[in-house]
Write a protein that binds this ligand. Structure first.
Ligand SMILES: [Zn+2]
Length: 277
């Protein structure tokens, strides 16, 4: 009788241990499954920091600037559109030149009797002064894109303005002292609250600045296929007044290739063309 009792007790003990072990195993399995699932979700929701979508969402409208911005610093009187009567106008703009591609772009523009606006990097202008003169002689608008094209804005606003002044001096030395457009495009655009002091300083120094509300996405990589550039244009050309960001830097060969089709597409959608003033 005593023996049977002992055996029963042992059986009970074993059963309890087995049940406990099972519970521990199940718990661990559930925890591991949850962790794996969280990881999956994290991958799903991750978006690259500089994706096209996020850049477009951060984009400010060119006209007018928001009230909150006006309250946060100095008086901003940036560029405004010449026409606000609902006419469809496309402003083609080319940044980062001049380069070997500029001549080809000028040829395409002339073939189509279209003028564009170029925002020149001062040190490139020094290297291609003949192209700066050619742009100006053709009636293109020659704007200022700073001398050294610093994108990180780590230096203060006064150093930034110095860089703009330096570019203007280069343009004056090439085009003559009467050159006085005072139209700037910030490297990477003037978007976001971080650049308020910079926008302030630029305005106080007598310059106007202009961003964009349309683009072909040629800043996203080298030699992007023409079809990609055209698809971006179709996607972002949504307003009556479009200021289109493009680049005439030396590496942007497919922008040159895409340009005739870009012009064709805009014409087919009823856009006329003009230069920034
Ligand atoms: Zn640039």
């Amino acid at each position: 009788m005593l023996k049977i009792n002992r055996q029963q007790k042992r059986k009970k003990k074993i059963t309890i241990i087995v049940v406990l072990l099972l519970l521990i195993c199940t718990g661990t399995a559930i925890t591991l499954l949850c962790k794996a699932n969280n990881k999956k979700q994290a991958v799903k929701t991750f978006k690259p920091k500089h994706s096209n979508t996020s850049r477009m969402n951060n984009r400010e409208s060119i006209i007018p600037r928001s009230t909150s911005e006006n309250q946060s610093g100095g008086q901003y009187t940036p560029w405004t559109a010449k026409r606000t009567d609902g006419t469809k106008i496309a402003y083609l703009t080319f940044d980062d030149g001049p380069s070997v591609n500029t001549e080809k772009i000028l040829k395409i523009l002339n073939q189509n009797s279209i003028k564009a606006s170029f925002f020149l990097i001062g040190k490139n202008a020094e290297n291609y002064s003949n192209l700066v003169r050619e742009e100006f002689a053709d009636g293109e608008v020659v704007g200022n894109h700073t001398y050294s094209h610093q994108l990180n804005y780590k230096e203060g606003p006064s150093i930034f303005v110095n860089d703009i002044n330096k570019c203007e001096e280069v343009l004056k030395s090439i085009l003559g002292q009467n050159y006085n457009l005072k139209l700037v495009r910030f490297p990477g655009g003037s978007f976001g609250p971080k650049l308020v002091p910079f926008r302030d300083a630029v305005t106080k120094s007598g310059y106007r600045f202009i961003d964009w509300n349309d683009e072909i996405g040629d800043a996203d990589g080298y030699n992007l296929p023409v079809t990609t550039l055209l698809n971006n244009l179709k996607k972002y050309t949504t307003q009556n007044t479009v200021v289109i960001l493009m680049h005439d830097a030396g590496a942007k060969t497919t922008t040159v290739q895409a340009l005739p089709q870009i012009i064709q597409y805009l014409k087919s959608k009823g856009y006329g063309f003009d230069t920034l003033q």
